[in-house]
Design a protein around this ligand. Sequence first.
Ligand SMILES: Nc1nc2c(ncn2[C@@H]2O[C@H](COP(=O)(O)OP(=O)(O)OP(=O)(O)O)[C@@H](O)[C@H]2O)c(=O)[nH]1
Ligand SMILES: [Mg+2]
Length: 306
Amino acid sequence: MTTRAGFAAIIGAPNAGKSTLTNRLVGTKVSIVTQKVQTTRFPVRGVAMAGQAQIVLVDTPGIFQPRRKLDRAMVRAAWGGAEDAEVVVHLVDVAAQLHDSPADRKAKTDVESIVEGLKASGKKAILALNKIDGVKREDLLGVSQALFETGVYSEAFMISAKTGSGVEDLRARLAALMPEGPWLYPEDQTADLPARLLAAEITREKLYLRVHEELPYAAAVDTTKFEERADGGVRIEQTIYVERESQRPIILGKGGQTLKWIGQKAREELIELLDRPVHLFLHVAVDERWADKREFYGDVGLDFDV
Ligand SMILES: Nc1nc2c(ncn2[C@@H]2O[C@H](COP(=O)(O)OP(=O)(O)OP(=O)(O)O)[C@@H](O)[C@H]2O)c(=O)[nH]1
Ligand SMILES: [Mg+2]
């Protein structure tokens, strides 16, 4: 039987649903999802199977107008993911194309710049209009047509990463586009993020889910200890970095309640993921320059010198 395998990069504006789609195609959670823009900070691989084809999905950071060093590194990593892949899927939040809030306008500008980037790359992408669960069918066609006329796409899909609608068609198409060759990962492997990094991502997800309004953007989580214990469990120590002293009480919450909630939720998910007892210890530290430290970039595979 002929096997196929290759890389499919999912690019798009922040919040388009790239990580949701990656998880949906893989069938398990490999990349964190929040309602906050710029959740994904570095390319995350997830392995999806379709019959005899293995599709290595590369979930990328959102592409937007970068300002800070971290932004620039994220955007560069996203384009890097696209360059290295056999297939590029440009995921567009269709609802944002139809509406006109400041966030929607920003998303439109980002989509325009991605179209320009695709033009410059000379490579055709697959257009995937996402979040169709929230829009009327007749509105969809207009958006699809306008984007398709840019000439940078080979075909278009309409999907809802959240409900799964249309996703199987996209999977089948990606599978057919994979080159013939041996699988790149063992059949039962779905992710390749090191456990300590994945553990940090999970805590960051819970943190964002809980305090996304009070804490715009500037937090990081570092796993400082990941220790197997004699009883079969694992002891994980993590530091949550914020940029300002005023943000520490936000994360702690009244009587430490918020931090406790974050720790509980992260721990529950880690137990399920690692399939063993987890002892999780969280600390909060203020470091206004965490986003400018070289180690942080190296740890997650981002370029520091951008
Ligand atoms: N209604 C609806 N919401 C969706 C769909 N797909 C994703 N979302 C939501 O959109 C938000 C962003 O999803 P993510 O998957 O984190 O988006 P992303 O493109 O990875 O975002 P960044 O990593 O920040 O660039 C989350 O609240 C998702 O639940 C969809 O098909 N329909
Ligand atoms: Mg993401």
